[in-house]
Design a binder for this molecule. Structure first.
Ligand SMILES: [Zn+2]
Ligand SMILES: [Zn+2]
Length: 342
């Protein structure tokens, strides 16, 4: 048991020789600077907090900025903080921060007020984006030298989705621009690692060939060599569903993924796997969308009779055991002989 040197009261614990009431009397527990500047990006509308840019409602950003600037004296531990903001004009807010502190096991309250000023600026990402900054170019091409509109749209959708996914956790990643060029499309990207991951993603999805070529473009301010990297992705001509030729056999391409593909032989309907390394020797014989339709006349076991799409003669076609045969089937003509395409 000790006593307070100011009021003389007995007290269990003392700080600087004072009881809790005398110690707290007139003492500030918290303080705020005269004003706090809060940067907002005029392009994306995000607010700067430390080294991060965050999307916030303006009133929330203003109150967070004031709370972040709060100082609390050493003997007090803040337990809860609440803020009230009052707009003086759209760029100036008066914010009061009320803090409940724990002082030697006692609860004590204090409040402090500051002015939060909104400062317009452009964040680094936006200034790069507006300045057409890029570190990598993803060149999407095909083996045939012409990228179809369908393939272009499909690959660009994949690229955009992937960038959006990666940018959610890393706001420095963005697409600077996309450019249609002869034979394909060029996608300019803010980062090399983004270019690399997109090239890998496309390569795995389409079994595409990729090639990367760095180009020295200058030096950074601290004397490091600066490179840009071009990632060339050459999409194969084939698509799932096409009739293709592989090692002299006419087959339907039934699957493509990062490990290779699967083919079904049109003569015996046997399926086989193709290693990724061998995929480049697959040649398109007839694209899926160009396959002809033939009207089915009858079925008997492993054979169906159809009308030849050119001369309407009746032709026997071999079909697999489990084939579901409707009113018409897709067929392909190979050396003047018609084959059923499963
Ligand atoms: Zn006292
Ligand atoms: Zn911005």
């Amino acid at each position: 048991m000790s006593f307070c040197v100011k009021c003389g009261r007995d007290c269990e614990e003392s700080l600087d020789g004072l009881c809790i009431d005398c110690w707290l009397d007139g003492r500030r527990l918290t303080s705020l600077p005269h004003h706090v500047d809060l940067k907002v990006c005029t392009n994306c509308g995000e607010y700067e907090f430390g080294d991060r840019w965050l999307k916030r409602d303006r009133m929330v950003a203003v109150q967070d900025a004031a709370a972040d600037a709060l100082s609390v004296i050493r003997d007090a531990v803040p337990v809860s903080v609440s803020t009230v903001a009052e707009e003086q004009d759209p760029y100036v807010y008066s914010v009061t921060v009320r803090t409940t502190c724990d002082v030697m096991g006692y609860e004590a309250e204090d409040e402090a007020t500051t002015i939060v000023r909104i400062k317009n600026t452009v964040c680094r990402r936006c200034s790069r984006q507006l300045g057409s900054y890029y570190e990598a170019i993803l060149q999407i091409r095909t083996g045939s030298g012409r990228l179809s509109e369908e393939d272009r749209e499909e690959t660009l959708a994949m690229v955009e989705n992937s960038v959006a996914r990666q940018a959610a956790t890393n706001r420095s990643l963005f697409i600077t621009k996309m450019e249609l060029v002869t034979g394909g499309v060029d996608v300019y990207l803010s980062s090399m690692s983004l270019g690399k991951s997109l090239a890998r993603e496309l390569a795995d999805f389409y079994c595409a060939e990729t090639k990367e070529s760095p180009k020295l473009v200058g030096q950074t301010t601290d004397g490091q060599d600066m490179y840009r990297i071009t990632y060339l992705v050459r999409l194969p001509e084939y698509h799932v569903g096409d009739v293709v030729v592989f090692q002299g056999h006419h087959c339907k391409l039934t699957r493509v993924n990062g490990n290779g593909g699967r083919l079904m032989d049109l003569m015996g309907f046997r399926e086989r796997a193709v290693r990724r390394a061998d995929m480049s020797s697959i040649k398109v014989y007839e694209k899926a969308e160009d396959l002809r339709e033939a009207t089915v006349v009858s079925r008997s076991g492993l054979e169906i009779q159809v009308l030849h799409p050119d001369n309407y003669s009746t032709v026997d076609l071999r079909v697999p055991e489990d084939a579901e045969i409707g009113d018409s089937v897709r067929v392909v003509s190979i050396e003047d002989v018609l084959y059923f395409v499963p």
